[in-house]
Design a protein around this ligand. Structure first.
Ligand code: FES
Length: 175
């Protein structure tokens, strides 16, 4: 699978805002983290080209920027998919088969946890507890909760969201 890190956003306005924000906060203590928060808020992730821009304007090394991004798990280097699948690997879920469910998810989607499918539809994220331990094993797909998931249920869950995405895109095309 290719590394989906290329930033294809051509939204010049957002980029200008980001550049102005970086300039404005240059020299502030904690500017780097603050700026990265802002970028992620505007773009949903922190692309490589923006990391370079942040380093240049703040006068820090690219490895320092990268170090902060990888240290704080809230920062992402890649865009997330249309459907974010959060699969719980907390204790209650783990003992009820969550690792097998995760393995099936990875196999069905052809990606590993933390990655996004090439069509941009699905991202798999591993979480530690979704607060619904009584339904273990649990996963969420965006705001939908799926409880007592078994690996055999994965193909139909994936198909459901694929069909939903197709229906939405054909609706948009037909507008
Ligand atoms: S451990 Fe999975 S929902 Fe709590």
């Amino acid at each position: 699978m290719s590394e989906n890190t290329e930033h294809k956003c051509d939204c010049a306005g957002i980029h200008l805002d980001i550049e102005q924000y970086i300039q404005k906060h240059k020299g502030d203590s904690g500017a780097l983290v603050q700026v990265l928060h802002y970028v992620q808020e505007r773009l949903g992730y922190v692309p490589k080209d923006v990391q370079v821009k942040v380093a240049e304007i703040l006068g820090v090394s690219l490895s320092e920027v990268y170090g902060v991004i990888t240290f704080y798990s809230l920062f992402r280097e890649r865009p997330r998919g249309k459907y974010v699948i959060s699969i719980c690997q907390g204790t209650a879920c783990y003992v009820r088969g969550a690792p097998e469910v995760l393995a099936r998810l990875e196999k069905e989607l052809g990606i590993k946890a933390g990655d996004t499918t090439e069509d941009g539809l699905f991202t798999i994220e591993v979480v530690r507890c979704l607060g619904a331990c009584g339904l273990a094993p649990v996963m969420t797909v965006n705001k939908d909760t799926h409880g007592r998931v078994t690996e055999d249920k994965i193909p139909s869950i994936i198909s459901f969201y694929r069909a939903q995405a197709e229906a939405e895109s054909s609706q948009v095309a037909g507008d």
